[in-house]
Design a protein around this ligand. Structure first.
Ligand SMILES: *[C@@H]1O[C@H](CO)[C@@H](O)[C@H](O)[C@H]1NC(C)=O
Ligand SMILES: *[C@@H]1O[C@H](CO)[C@@H](O)[C@H](O)[C@H]1NC(C)=O
Ligand SMILES: *[C@@H]1O[C@H](CO)[C@@H](O)[C@H](O)[C@H]1NC(C)=O
Length: 438
């Protein structure tokens, strides 16, 4: 195992290094008016900020061995040998996936003075594991000190040119994990990276933002679907359209087993109740509720468990859990399963760049969780009352959203590159956010 990991890591090292050199040398000769106002400089960081963090992939506390998931530049191993688009992706590795993808960005410049934005290839979420769960738990206020000293000592003019306003990085966890006030002693939860005044001006792409976001913008959780050419995306979309939706609604997740009232518990009760009381009838009959038990993380790297049921269900229930957002929101969209939200913090107030807020009611349903938990509203009744044609229209809108939340594979075909995916939209958003600061 150890030797396999070492080989994996070495392979990744050499891929990255070769790629960086290739891209930069190509870009110097590219002068393109389409790049006006869009140039990005990738800051060269010492390897302790990125690649070294991968070489210890099997030593991180409280997580699985991360090593297998580094394969394919962070997309993870393929789900089975013959697939071209499906991977066992760990969302934490978005830092790696994004890094690999931005190397293909057409407007890279080696000159920071020409750049509208400066990308920091720091794997902040992976580095945070030692503070969140490991030996540095009592010094979580230090997260970011090392990066800050580098930025302020090595070519300090790059960082100071715009007081950090033009710098951005990916932190592939909820922003809560980086928002421990510096004054809390002893620490309760999280590092203080986003609480350091020196970092107030930078932009962080996180998987979830706080209720009052400051530096961060939430971007979609990576799913397992990473096509590399248009025909593969199109054939998947055809499959999604054709799929027989044999159940009204689906919940794929864990929790809800405690006796205190909460939305997951209500869903579990409603689902098990209808599933058990409904008489077995002919195959024509639509099942009211399908339930995929994902307790103890068993679904995490196993998309087959939930993608098939999601393809067979009209609606996918997306209740909040430990935090308001869920990766399953995006798995469901990839499956053409209309999301049902129970609070706006799950998606509407998070992913405004990727899922336009004003269009939410066209591709999703919102039912207030209080109505379900305390006022006896049955989710199935609400969903059954939506006319069939309206459901079909909503599904088409979900399918339109699919490319926007998907992370296509690096090295994709030109045809697919013409469709904006989650990385393209995140980069557009970053550039716009930075330029709006003047
Ligand atoms: C962190 O501090 C607490 C309380 O002072 C202590 O019990 C614990 O052992 C410390 N943990 C580590 C990893 O040093
Ligand atoms: C953040 O930007 C403002 C100007 O917009 C500047 O006054 C301030 O010093 C900056 N903060 C840091 C820590 O650089
Ligand atoms: C379960 O179903 C029965 C019969 O349809 C109904 O009376 C009861 O209220 C349901 N319980 C829950 C928790 O939905």
């Amino acid at each position: 195992m150890v030797s396999t990991s070492t080989v994996t890591t070495l392979t990744i090292f050499s891929f990255f290094v070769c790629f960086i050199e290739l891209t930069v040398s190509q870009q110097i000769s590219t002068v393109d008016s389409e790049c006006t106002g869009r140039w990005i400089h990738i800051r060269t960081l010492p390897s302790r900020f990125n690649l070294d963090l991968l070489s210890t992939c099997n030593h991180y506390p409280l997580t699985d061995d991360l090593c297998p998931y580094l394969a394919n530049h962070g997309l993870g191993p393929k789900t089975h040998t013959r697939t071209r688009s499906w991977y066992r992706t760990d969302p934490l590795l978005l830092e790696l996936i994004f890094h690999r993808r931005i190397l293909e960005y057409p407007c890279l410049t080696p000159d920071p003075n020409l750049a509208s934005a400066v990308y920091l290839p720091y794997y902040a979420g992976i580095d945070s594991l030692r503070y969140l769960y490991g030996s540095d738990v009592n010094s979580s206020a230090d997260h970011g000190s090392d990066l800050l000293s580098f930025l302020t000592q090595d070519s300090p003019e790059i960082w100071s040119r715009r007081s950090g306003h033009d710098h951005f990085l990916v932190m592939a966890r909820p922003a809560w994990d980086f928002s421990q006030p510096l004054t809390v002693d002893p620490p309760i939860w999280g590092t203080s990276f986003l609480e350091r005044p020196e970092f107030f001006n930078l932009t962080a792409l996180t998987l979830e933002s706080r209720f009052w976001p400051w530096q961060e913008q939430a971007v979609p959780y990576p799913t397992s679907f990473h096509p590399h050419s248009l025909p593969f995306l199109e054939s998947w979309i055809r499959r999604v359209r054709r799929s027989r939706r044999t159940s009204l609604m689906l919940f794929a997740g864990g929790g809800g087993t405690s006796s205190t009232p909460n939305i997951r518990r209500s869903i579990r009760l409603e689902c098990t109740n209808v599933t058990e009381t409904e008489p077995e009838t002919s195959s024509e009959k639509i099942k009211t509720c399908d339930f995929v038990d994902c307790s103890n993380g068993i679904c995490e790297h196993d998309p087959i468990r939930f993608m098939r049921p999601m393809l067979q269900s009209s609606f996918c229930l997306q209740p909040p859990g430990d935090t308001p957002t869920r990766k399953a929101t995006f798995d469901g969209i990839i499956a053409g399963c209309i999301p049902v939200f129970f609070e706006d913090q799950t998606a509407k107030m998070q992913y405004g760049w990727h899922l336009p807020e004003e269009e939410f009611s066209e591709f999703s349903v919102t039912i207030a969780k209080e109505d379900v938990v305390f006022r006896g509203v049955r989710i199935a009744d609400v969903l059954m009352s939506i006319p069939k044609e309206e459901v079909a229209r909503m599904r088409e809108r979900v399918i339109e959203m699919m490319p926007r939340v998907m992370y296509r594979r690096h090295g994709a075909s030109m045809g697919l590159m013409n469709k904006k995916d989650a990385v393209d939209i995140a980069i557009d958003g970053v550039l716009q956010k930075i330029s709006s600061r003047g």
